[in-house]
Design a protein around this ligand. Structure first.
Ligand code: C5P
Length: 326
């Protein structure tokens, strides 16, 4: 029996700009992605000799909204490797993937994507596949747009569908309050489809124009602020185009964002910035210190006093998936 334990951290988007449509039906994006320390825990165990008698890939997750079947992205990651490297993966025998869910689901935090990336990394180790970073990224991109970033982690620019990832400097030890209403999620396809129906007249279709807009992000103010570790500028430059469709549809999320932005004094003095992550509905606030982040969490909990509201204090993370034990 072999075993590998990994963390699968959440990501937030410090910047998300929708540039245009793609021939594959996805959107052309320019994003700055950032890992945080809040993470699921993934344990992969293998049982040689059992594969031919039982279901070779099993998912165990106690979260009621996470499927334990082949629709789970973690399952699909294992199945993809079995498909590409049948001898090596089958030699491992039965594969059991236990997901200790600490991240909210359908939340805009790439929880499922991060689980899938952890399975790719864990099985690469267990089966000694020796995948290069490029090979891992290509496999990850087949499974979902955010998965290549999740496999790298830290701070990165992401373009194309989101699958073209360029690591950039870590901005430094900023703190994050994440907030989400437990009872609802946002469908990512819905968010992009709605954005297209409302804003496609602004889409860039000229390849030169697209490259210029990508370059504006690559060498733009947000990347400069990150390179300088300037938390105040990063907070002021937070941007997410998908807020334009998700916040009007979900006024409670808009109100939650405003409550975060108001900070602990009601004027936002100690909050560097607040924004929705990905397609939402999680919203986050950036703060300079843990003390300020904990105070904000407590204030938001008191102000909104809603048992459906979940809050987390976490930190920007300089890296992504960590192998804890193998
Ligand atoms: O790649 P992923 O499965 O995470 O994407 C989920 C959905 O989000 C896609 O099916 C698509 O509707 C939308 N999407 C998009 N453009 C992107 C990424 C995602 O339209 N670049």
């Amino acid at each position: 029996m072999k075993r590998c334990v990994l963390t699968a951290p959440a990501k937030i988007n410090l910047y998300l700009e929708i540039l245009g449509d793609r021939p594959d039906g996805f959107h052309e994006l320019a994003m700055v992605m950032q890992s945080v320390t809040l993470a699921d825990r993934i344990e992969i165990s293998t049982q040689p000799g059992i594969a031919q008698f039982t279901q070779p890939i099993q998912i165990q997750c106690s979260h009621s909204r996470v499927p334990n079947d082949e629709t789970n992205l973690a399952y699909r990651a294992a199945a993809l490797l079995r498909d590409r490297f049948p001898d090596r993966i089958e030699k491992l025998g039965a594969i059991e993937i236990a997901i200790d869910k600490r991240l909210p689901v359908a939340a805009g935090l790439a929880g499922g994507s991060s689980n899938a990336a952890a399975v790719l990394i864990g099985l690469d180790l267990l089966a000694e596949l020796g995948l290069t970073q490029g090979e891992l990224s290509d496999l990850a991109a087949e499974l979902g747009s955010d998965i290549p970033f999740c496999a790298i982690g830290g701070t990165a620019l992401a373009t194309g569908r989101g699958e073209r990832v360029t690591p950039i400097e870590f901005p430094g030890p900023l703190w994050v309050v994440l907030a989400k209403y437990r009872s609802f999620g946002v469908s990512t396809p819905w968010a992009y489809k709605t954005f297209r129906s409302q804003f496609s007249d602004r889409y860039e279709s000229d390849p030169v124009g697209l490259q210029q807009r990508r370059n504006r992000v690559h060498s733009g103010e947000m990347v400069g602020a990150i390179a300088n570790g300037d938390g105040t500028a990063i907070g002021a430059l937070l941007h997410n185009d998908l807020e334009k469709v998700v916040l009007p549809e979900h006024p409670a999320v808009a109100a939650l964002r405003s409550t975060l932005a108001a900070g602990t004094d009601g004027n936002g003095a100690d909050v560097l910035g607040a924004m929705m992550s990905g397609s939402g509905p999680t919203v986050f606030a950036l703060l300079a210190t843990e003390v300020a982040a904990s105070a904000l969490r407590d204030r938001v909990a008191r102000t909104l006093d809603d048992p459906d509201l979940e809050l987390w204090v976490t930190q920007l993370a300089p890296d992504g998936i960590i192998v804890l034990d193998s």
